[in-house]
Design a protein. Structure first.
Length: 314
């Protein structure tokens, strides 16, 4: 009788232990499925959005682990842009032995190019074993707040509410080069002139961040390794000049830029790349024209302005 009872207790105990193991395993699997992206590639958590006065220095030596970031892979636009543009252009970045320092100009609400860029950076990190940090700049204060709320409060992304521009570059490299058909509505000449002339007023009203002052602590003496630019029309050259003025880029920095296109006042077509090429010597150009809504291009630039760019002024 005692042996039978002992046997019965042993069986019960084993059953309880087995049940606990099964339950624990179930919840572990459930948790794992909930935090992996649809490709099962990277654990997903939120992303740090730091204030510009809290940016910390980047380590010189590369981290072995890739950052944990939130990636909504079901966001179609972000996935397509990641695969067709960022994946390819990141492969052309020089093989430095430090944490990759990336700048994005034009965060918007954080759900488009920012997500696509983060997705590609994680993919690139898994291939190269190099960690990364992203410093994303958004001038419009409402968009900045939307991006900050969406992306959360953890590393490795920091959103900065500043306009990547200087007053001098706005006055001398944007306003004189607006070449659009006559009209006060988008995409007319009066529309763009009005928008850009309101910049300082919007800053005073708190609707826009101030001109660029925050320089990320990139490992190469503050110089970024990769820059993504998705911004408003006619500002491309002035943005590049501002980044050079602030010593945030050099000839080894790789750029990926939306190659915006438009009709000029004489009826001919212009593009962002053509506009940039009038001001700078553009190197190693690679165009990405299919698979997404707008064409993109990647390149490097010489650090000296071209002479004769004044000829293209209106």
């Amino acid at each position: 009788m005692k042996q039978r009872r002992k046997f019965h207790n042993t069986v019960c105990m084993q059953s309880i232990i087995t049940s606990i193991v099964v339950v624990v395993f179930f919840f572990v699997r459930l948790f794992a499925w909930s935090v992996l992206d649809t490709n099962g590639a990277v654990p997903l958590t939120s992303v740090k959005v730091g204030l510009q006065n809290n940016i910390t220095a980047l380590p010189v030596e590369v981290k072995k682990e890739c950052p944990r970031v939130m990636i909504e892979t079901r966001q179609g636009t972000a996935v397509v842009l990641s695969k067709t543009v960022y994946d390819k252009s990141l492969d052309t970045v020089p093989d430095h032995k430090h944490t990759l320092c990336v700048i994005e100009v034009g965060t918007a609400d954080g759900r488009g190019t920012t997500l696509a860029l983060m997705r590609s950076l994680n993919s690139w990190c898994r291939k190269t074993a190099r960690s990364w940090r992203l410093f994303s700049y958004e001038g419009l204060s409402d968009k900045y707040n939307s991006a900050k709320n969406f992306l959360g409060n953890e590393e490795p992304v920091q959103i900065v509410n500043e306009l990547v521009m200087t007053k001098n570059n706005l006055d001398n490299m944007v306003l004189p080069y607006i070449d659009a058909p006559t009209g006060e509505r988008f995409p007319g000449l009066g529309f763009y002139q009005g928008v850009y002339r309101m910049t300082t007023t919007m800053m005073k009203d708190g609707k826009m961040g101030q001109f660029l002052t925050t320089r990320p602590p990139c490992a190469r003496g503050g110089i970024a390794d990769f820059v993504s630019i998705d911004t408003t029309r006619y500002t491309f050259s002035a943005i590049l000049q501002t980044l050079m003025d602030k010593k945030m880029v050099d000839v080894n920095t790789r750029f990926a830029m939306e190659n915006d296109f438009w009709t000029k006042s004489d009826g001919t077509q212009d593009t962002a790349l053509k506009m940039v090429s009038r001001f700078f010597e553009v190197l190693d150009v690679k165009e990405y024209t299919s698979g997404h809504d707008f064409p993109w291009v990647s390149f490097r630039i010489e650090q000296q302005r071209r002479h004769g760019s004044e000829k293209t002024r209106r």
